[in-house]
Design a protein around this ligand. Structure first.
Ligand code: SF4
Length: 144
């Protein structure tokens, strides 16, 4: 029988199942999304679907809160330190006009006027969302 492999970035879980898997309420997941910490996939009808990667970020957020005593705003600030402009190799002109570089009000994927959003790029597919927010990297940022 052919082995089925699932990508950790594939939208798999409804909000109810996702919440159950990580031990929070659906309301908490919606709040994390609204605060820009996670980017669940949205179906054409607007239903959220979460990937394993999205849930790993949620677990990381829970760890930051439970073990390091951070609040949501603190976590947003740490995520805003991720130098997306290096990953995306932005030019100096692009950096100067992008709020992710100039004011870092939150993770770049939560900023509606980032250079990438102006270009219509899909943050869920981006290396910055997919690779950098791993908990070990964020832990290093907390530790300084
Ligand atoms: S595409 Fe999105 S996640 Fe990637 S660098 Fe741009 S704003 Fe950030």
């Amino acid at each position: 029988m052919e082995k089925i492999t699932v990508s950790r970035y594939e939208p798999l879980f409804t909000i109810g199942l996702a919440a159950e898997r990580v031990g929070v309420s659906p309301m908490t997941l919606r709040m994390y999304e609204q605060k820009g910490l996670i980017l669940p996939y949205k179906t054409a009808s607007g239903r959220r679907q979460f990937s394993i990667h999205d849930l790993e970020i949620v677990l990381c957020v829970r760890e930051m809160i439970g073990r390091h005593g951070l609040n949501i705003e603190g976590i947003r600030r740490i995520m805003s330190l991720i130098p997306c402009w290096k990953v995306k190799k932005c030019s100096s002109a692009e950096k100067r006009s992008c709020p992710a570089f100039t004011n870092g009000g939150g993770p770049c994927w939560s900023l509606t006027d980032s250079i990438c959003s102006r270009k219509g790029e899909e943050c869920r597919e981006c290396r910055v969302y997919r690779e950098l927010p791993e908990c070990s990297n964020l832990r290093k940022m907390v530790a300084g």
